[in-house]
Design a protein around this ligand. Sequence first.
Ligand SMILES: C[S@@+](CC[C@H](N)C(=O)[O-])C[C@H]1O[C@@H](n2cnc3c(N)ncnc32)[C@H](O)[C@@H]1O
Length: 247
Amino acid sequence: MRGSSPRTRASEQLYDPRFVAGLFNEMSETYGTVNYLSSFGFTERWRRACVNGGKLSPGMRVYDLMTGMGECWGFIADALEGQGELVAVDISPVMCRRARERQSAFGGLPIEVIEGDVLENSLPDGSADSVLSAFGLKTFSEAQRRSLAFEIARMLRPGGTFSLLEVSVPRGPIMRVPYMAYLKYAIPLLGRAFLGNPENYRLLGVYTHRFGDCGTMAGYLREAGLQVSDVSHFFGCASSLRGVKPS
Ligand SMILES: C[S@@+](CC[C@H](N)C(=O)[O-])C[C@H]1O[C@@H](n2cnc3c(N)ncnc32)[C@H](O)[C@@H]1O
């Protein structure tokens, strides 16, 4: 793009949905293992907490945005006791294919996987009882995150709940310095050890560094008319937002 600095160009590319889809297509082979091992199992606890934050009950229609390979589906199926509906959205064709391969493993819960950009979805207004998303916020720019907040508010029925989770930069320096070094340097090595592309895992650290925490997203969700409360996990290594669309 003529006239823009290399820094701006890099930023534009990082948040280009085609770039993000390509990144996760490539990472899909190793994402599950590296994610689990590199977090010492914490990501599973945080996902469970995220799903609990949606206050699901049997019969609900639940949207799992940025679903990946359906890493949250087990917790969602348990909470719905197999009754209800799950609609999963992801932009990466390979993540979606892998998610569909696992679709029958959740006690017969009807699961629809929609491949596409969540910011260009055609899900109807007020059609979700709950909207969830784990680790799906950091690859959105500020402007995209604001649009996402309005999308979540649009999709939810009055009284519907939401719960969002993301890896975050701890605010206190004692945890921030080693944790960010771990994300930037150790996780790419782990990615390489499992035959993934270390550059992709390095980029996850860059996205996290730029994301910070869920604080600004909380503001966008409030601006979109939702009631929001925030939760910090393990000294701020992850943060989450949960709440309700007022009736
Ligand atoms: C870090 S993974 C998280 C996967 C899963 N939710 C989990 O708990 O591990 C982020 C996912 O968001 C998807 N994604 C990123 N941007 C998206 C967008 N604009 N629309 C839909 N999905 C998107 C990626 O393809 C990727 O699968």
